[in-house]
Every structure is written in C-alpha cells, then in structure tokens.
Design a protein around this ligand. Structure first.
Ligand code: NAD
Length: 281
C-alpha cells in the first residue's frame, strides 16, 4: 500500500500530508466510513466538536486494530467554547468522546473576531500542549493579522492553519504568510465540495493525460503545493480513489495550469464564510 508523505511542524512533530475529513458525516455513519478510510490507507482523520461525530470516529479508531502511534487525529474547539477555562474543559470532553488518552492536533475552529477571545483560547491550547494532553496545536479560519496577534501575544507560532483552499480559491497570500512564519497550510473543502471544479475543462484534461480522475488531480495539486489536504467522501470507491491520488505526480505545467483557475482576483471562489468578518455561535 502507498505510504503517505509526512510534513514536519515547527514543533518538530509530523503530520500525514493526506488525511480524511468527516464534516457532515452523521455519528452513526462515521464509524463505518472512517473504518473504510483506514482500510483504504488513510491514517489521518479530521473531525471537530461541531461535526457531532467525535464518538463515531473514536469507535472506528477503537475497532480498527491500529495503535495510537499509527494514526493521527485532529479535532477542533467550537466557537461557543472560546475562552481559557472553557477551552480546557471542552478539550477534555472532546477527548472523552474520541476515547483517546491524548490528541495529535487541536485547532481553534474559527477566529471569531467580534468575540475577541482567541488569544486567551490560544493560551489554553499552549497550556494543553505543555501538559502533554495534545501533541501539536494550531488554528483554522484566521486572518494574517489574527495569526500575527497570536504570535505577538503568546510567543508561540501555530503549527498549522486550516483554511478554505481549492483551485478556485487558492489562498496564495495566506499560504505565503504562513510559510514565512513556519506555519503549515491545510486545505479544507480541497475539492471545492465536488461539483463544478471536478468538471472544469483544465482539470479534466490533466486527468485524462495522467489516466486519473479529476478529484485525484486536484488532490495531487494540493500535494504538489505542499498543502496538507483532507478530502471527504462517504462513498467507499471514492475514498479509495482519493487515497490513490498519492500515486499521481503532476508536472510543473499541470500545476501552473491549475494555479491559473484561481478566481480570487475577480472577488469569487470562496464558498464558505470569510473568517475576517464571520462570527457565529
Ligand atoms: P471536499 O472539498 O472534500 O468535497 C467533498 C465532496 O466532494 C463530497 O461530499 C463529494 O460530493 C465530492 N467528492 C469527494 N470525493 C470525490 C471523488 N473522488 N469524485 C467525485 N466527487 C468526490 O469538501 P468538505 O467536506 O467541505 O471538506 C473536506 C474536509 O475539510 C471536511 O470533511 C472537514 O474535515 C474539513 N473542513 C473544515 C472546515 C473548517 O472550518 N475548518 C470547513 C469545511 C470543511
């Protein structure tokens, strides 16, 4: 079976570059599909408290026969739990639901600028890391200014930044900013949630050239850029197909052509909320 490349965080720990995301997967379904992902070769699972499926992910881990050292689990602190003490408590509840003794990666799910608790929340993640409860800590859905504030006010640089990122919204500036600080970039909705992107003429032509599928080409593009990438599917054949993207290597021309699909300059491309202004409970 193909082994997944790993990337190294600024804290010295590593993360498998390709993982499996479980947003919008019901808890009762999560156990089955995460088991299928393990069988396909995935060893990195991305969940969150708000997905409501940490318990299902935990059951899949427990019944997989894999040891904790062989798998990498991420979960995320929900917005309503931001704040120092509330974060410490929410972390333990997530770990209980997952049935784990410690976690590989904990993320602040959204910056929530109006709430303005993210620095205190970040200090709680630093404390959890010091206590050995979580190996690596990072954030999701921040701005460059928010990342800089965390660094300035805590002295600790996030290991990773998980953001919306796909060929129509390629996040060049935030990727470059992260790289300049030693922060890895992780792509959410990496396939653009399926649909139009996977029928794009540029993507389908590159897929035909490599005898690959459009989803595999998009995943291979993320890998070529150095992104950590967490595609989601609840269809077993697609779960296997997405893992097999590791076998596809794009050439520079392919990568440039896909880079050219970015719609940011037109003010388009983003599918989810804008972290600079979004504030939701
Ligand atoms: P995605 O871009 O991974 O797209 C998933 C959809 O693409 C599937 O539902 C399916 O319709 C289609 N698809 C998947 N594989 C395919 C294939 N091989 N062929 C054809 N179609 C295929 O979208 P996503 O689920 O939004 O994002 C992936 C993960 O990112 C989530 O599950 C979650 O873990 C994470 N995420 C995080 C945040 C955040 O705020 N941090 C937000 C959204 C998603």
């Amino acid at each position: 079976m193909t082994s997944t490349p790993t990337l190294t965080f600024n804290d010295g720990h590593t993360i498998p570059q390709l993982g499996y995301g479980v947003w919008q997967v019901e808890d009762g379904v999560a156990e089955k599909v995460v088991r299928q992902a393990f069988e396909a070769g995935f060893r990195h699972i991305d969940t969150a408290k708000i997905y409501g499926n940490e318990a299902g992910v935990g059951r899949a881990v427990a019944s997989s026969g894999l040891s904790a050292e062989d798998i990498f689990i991420t979960t995320k602190l929900w917005n309503a739990d931001q704040g120092y003490d509330t974060t410490l408590a929410a972390f333990e509840e997530s770990l209980d639901r997952l049935g784990l003794q410690s976690l590989d990666l904990y993320l602040i799910h959204w910056m929530q600028p109006q709430q303005d608790k993210y620095v205190d929340t970040w200090k709680a993640l630093i404390e959890l890391q010091k206590r050995g409860r979580v190996r690596s800590i990072g954030v999701s859905n921040f701005t460059a200014e928010g990342l800089q504030r965390l660094i300035d006010e805590s002295g600790v640089v996030p290991a990773i930044h998980q953001i919306e990122l796909h060929p129509y919204f390629s996040q060049r500036e935030l990727r470059d900013f992260g790289a300049s600080k030693g922060i890895l970039t992780q792509a959410w909705s990496p396939l653009g949630q399926g649909g139009e992107l996977l029928e794009d003429a540029t993507v389908t032509a590159i897929a035909a050239k490599h005898r690959a599928t459009p989803a595999q080409v998009v995943i291979a593009w993320h890998l070529a850029l150095g992104n950590v990438v967490i595609p989601k599917s609840v269809t077993e054949s697609r779960i296997r197909e997405n893992f097999a993207a590791l076998e596809i290597t794009l050439d520079d021309g392919d990568v440039q052509a896909i880079n050219g699909l970015d719609r940011t300059a037109r003010g388009e491309g983003r599918m989810g909320p804008d972290p600079a202004v979004s504030d939701f409970a």
